[in-house]
Design a binder for this molecule. Sequence first.
Ligand code: ARG
Length: 565
Amino acid sequence: MNYKLYIAKKLEAVTGLSVGELTKVMEIPPEPKLGDIAFPCFILAKALRKAPPMIAAELCKEFENDEEFEKVEAVGGYLNFFCNREKFISSVLKKVSESDGSFAKSNEGNGKTVLVEYSSPNIAKPFHIGHLFSTAVGNSLARIYDYLGYKVERLNHLGDWGTQFGKLISAYKHWGVREIIEQDPINELLKIYVKFHEEAEKHPELEDEAREYFKALEEGDKETTELWQYFRDVSLKEFKRVYDKLGVSFDSYAGESFYGDKMQEVVDILRDKNLLTESDGAQVVMLDELNVPPCIILKSDGATIYATRDIAAALYRKRTYDFDKNIYVVGIPQALHFKQIFSVIKKAGYDWADDCVHVGFGLVKFPDKKLSTRHGDVVFLEDVLNESVQKTLDIITANSPEMENKEEVAQKIGIGAILYTFLKNSREKDIVFSWDSMLDFEGESAPYVQYSYARGRSILRRCDIDYSNPDFSLVTSDEEYELVKQINAFSTAIADAANKNEPFYINRYVTNLARCFNKFYNNHPILKGDVDEETKKARLAMVDAATQVIKSALSLLGIETVESM
Ligand code: ARG
């Protein structure tokens, strides 16, 4: 039941305004005592030449004996609507139970494809916390679009190409020892890469050597290619271990190297369209009219760069997937880069450039200096994940020593706590990483929401009665009504999250849902006291619906639930 629409249809006949105009001005009152929906009559004052309170009083009569509402009041210039709670609760809970675990799922995206590019770490370099931010946001967006019925392609644009690989190969030739690298690949590769830079300060000829190696790599030289392939393989193996821990997956790992043979086309297209200009020996596309610095396509030595590869990738993606939306979840520092490449694509005459979206995010700050710095200044992601799981395990062991599957539970809560942290605020905000708030079982955290779910599930397990078709007239208290209203708001949260590419709408939604659930349960227990059988049934149906929707909402964030904790 869409109440706004229902009210608007009735008002349309008597006010002369359209349904669209009427629904647009309706409000959700700030306090429940002012009703569920309010219609401000001020907008009619001029046309009807009457004072708003008078209009409100007259319109009020239209709703006399309307069963959808418990009451309709004219207060000041407002018409306040109080929905019929029993009808509302029964219709929402019925929908949840019929949805079979996928309440508010829709098919609005059927026939459309959304690409979500996320994570995209650089091979032979540590997977750092910024990549984790991208992974959390992208994974959630992919799940949200999927829930809305879109065909979703999850892309990992690995940083596996560029002049730095010439340096790494040179470093390997000088100081690499295969057996040592095998043991801790990314760390060891990072070490020799750092050493390369130190040595190159003293021996600049190393830079020339690195350039030669990269050239050999670009030309497909066998030995160099094999080495590069080895670096890529060992790195990917480590990345995949992290993805497994996070429950994240990809449909494609086509990274920068994949576009190596697809860049000449970019150069040809841009040259054909007269968009290439020479600047200090480099070939660039001028973007002055947009107040954007020129986009370099070919460096003065003729080499392509990151941007060239991204343009090639976008062309390839359009051709391969014919996307309706092409999303890049990459940190805000790269905003200009994306602005440049989207502008170049648009200038080349491809209107689908407007369907490309950079979804940026802020920085991650570590106030706790001790946090996982065993590798020096870099915060290693895997350490952070392990630490979160370990800390969770310590908490569980202290609180519930007898719990059987502690490790499994700690895994889901520890990882959930991290994902939640990245999705807690609007993504452009910086994040301050704090174990205390992340693992605060009573605060705004994944464990709090997961705990609410587990609590509900345990109630359902302990009450072995059939609660189908309950009498909802028994459960219309404020807390019960608020809970069901919050359950019903799921589709709005999903729509907001998708429209703005902001998973935090879902995060805020599910946290509020857990809060409503706890408030409901604390005020209206089922297991304690002398609750009559019929009321018990109706409340159990409510618990069932709330837990189902908490689970669905958490899954849109990539966070798992546990049945008890
Ligand atoms: N590998 C890059 C980095 O770590 C991120 C790649 C972003 N995606 C893209 N299509 N440029 O900074």
